[in-house]
Design a protein around this ligand. Structure first.
Ligand SMILES: C[S@@+](CC[C@H](N)C(=O)[O-])C[C@H]1O[C@@H](n2cnc3c(N)ncnc32)[C@H](O)[C@@H]1O
Length: 217
């Protein structure tokens, strides 16, 4: 009987310390940037995406290096480019070769000289340790698998005092991935904390989305 009680206590303790499983990643291709651009760069998006509000909460200073992970067709790049200024650097990162080609064309056409597009692996943004001041991940966190490992890479890439901002769809939003792939903000915060970041939710006034920030101490 006593052995049974001890066994039960050990199992309960193990359950209490095991973090809940990650929401499964919503993995699919984003080929054909021109087609996706009709959706991602639709001018009506500004009303709910509020890009300037996102930029404002990021507190980007001129000269900073900012990585945009899952940059897509470059919706955020003009905003980020302006925020870091001519002495700053925007790394527009994406897994899709066609998105990266589109990002390069867009940066050239719109004369965003401080924007550099790079193709990256799905499990590694390829950022050098201590090299970036800000990381933005918009509508992309739910596409990433093994997010605890991924967050660890982000934590190492940030400079001390640097911050990552994850912007993604709330459970209630009428836009966004299927409900079973929506990552709640509490999970995002927990994941960023596993990477040694100090996480908090930030109010950017977005109607359909949350913003979770993680700061490297
Ligand atoms: C829904 S789109 C969002 C694009 C952009 N952030 C925006 O707000 O318009 C998601 C983008 O993330 C890219 N992506 C998906 N998984 C990724 C990963 N693990 N690393 C980098 N990019 C990824 C996709 O190719 C796609 O371009």
């Amino acid at each position: 009987m006593r052995l049974l009680a001890i066994g039960l206590a050990i199992s309960l303790a193990a359950c209490a310390s095991t973090p809940p499983a990650e929401v499964p990643a919503y993995q699919h291709r984003f080929a054909n940037a021109v087609e996706w651009s009709k959706k991602f760069d639709d001018p009506s998006r500004d009303a709910w995406q509020k890009p300037q509000s996102v930029i404002d909460v990021m507190q980007i200073a001129p000269g900073m290096t900012v990585a945009d992970i899952g940059a897509g067709t470059g919706y955020f790049e003009p905003h980020l480019s302006r925020a870091v200024g001519p002495g700053g650097h925007v790394l527009a990162l994406d897994v899709e070769p066609d998105m990266v080609a589109h990002l390069r064309d867009r940066a050239a056409k719109e004369q965003l000289a401080n924007v550099e597009a790079r193709q990256v692996a799905g499990d590694d943004p390829g950022l050098a340790p201590g090299s970036v001041d800000r990381i933005l991940v918009v509508d992309t966190w739910h596409h990433i698998a093994n997010r605890v490992d991924y967050a660890a890479r982000l934590g190492v890439a940030l400079k001390h005092g640097g911050e990552v901002f994850v912007v993604d769809f709330t459970r209630e939003s009428k836009n966004g991935p299927p409900p079973e792939h929506r990552v709640p903000p509490e999970e995002v915060a927990r994941t960023l904390e596993t990477a040694g970041l100090v996480a908090s939710t930030v109010d950017a006034g977005l109607p359909d989305q949350y913003v979770v920030a993680g700061t490297r101490p």
